[in-house]
Ligand binder design. Structure first.
Ligand SMILES: [Zn+2]
Length: 204
């Protein structure tokens, strides 16, 4: 009897290896990767990558033209090939930069948007490391609607989560109705995480 109980508890806590959510709220069957002209290259901290609440990883799963590199692994240090892409104009998304996306709408090449994903301090560190490896132009998003992400609160209401930033960036760069998929799956993931938090006892 005890063994059955143990197995049951373990199943409930099992994590999906793809979306990293608990298997009972796994969203993999909702994911159909969207094709885009512009590329997204995420550089993500190891800690952030492992978090269930991370949305950068979800953006990568939802975008065909994307890649993700875990930052801070001593055995696999960041190299510029991890985030630069030939045939694309490489731009680094960095809040606070004076450059706006609108300045790059006229260029012919598609854009490879490099997105650091981590807390403020970590993102700063990643940006410094990227700049050490190669000179890269920074861009920032114009101020938009407040975040729909209720799982993490931030004193600045204009701070948005990674998938929202990627969605808004791509919407400026290309007219692609398929991009709505990003918000659709993100909202489902958020709602499932919120519901799970509301009744934590069911997880024990
Ligand atoms: Zn999954």
């Amino acid at each position: 009897m005890k063994l059955t109980h143990h197995v049951h508890a373990k199943t409930l806590k099992a994590i999906c290896g793809n979306c990293h959510l608990l298997q009972k709220i796994c969203i993999c069957n909702l994911i159909t990767p969207v094709a885009t002209r512009n590329r997204v290259s995420l550089v993500i901290t190891k800690g952030e990558f492992a978090k269930m609440t991370n949305t950068g990883r979800l953006a990568h799963l939802l975008l065909q033209n994307s890649q993700i590199k875990v930052f801070g692994l001593p055995e696999k240090p960041l190299i510029k090939e991890d985030f630069l892409q030939n045939g694309y104009r490489n731009l680094l998304l960095y809040p606070g930069s004076q450059n706006r996306f609108e300045n790059f709408l006229q260029i012919e090449e598609p854009i490879n948007l490099i997105v650091p994903d981590g807390n403020w301090g970590q993102a700063k560190k990643m940006v410094q490391k990227i700049a050490q490896l190669t000179p890269v132009t920074c861009v920032s998003l114009p101020l938009g609607p407040i975040s729909e992400y209720m799982l993490r609160t931030h004193p600045d209401p204009h701070r948005i989560c990674t998938i929202e930033a990627i969605y808004r960036s791509l919407c400026i760069l290309e007219n692609n109705p398929e991009l709505e998929q990003l918000l659709k799956v993100f909202r489902i993931m958020r709602d499932r995480l919120v519901a799970m938090r509301a009744k934590p006892l069911s997880l024990r």
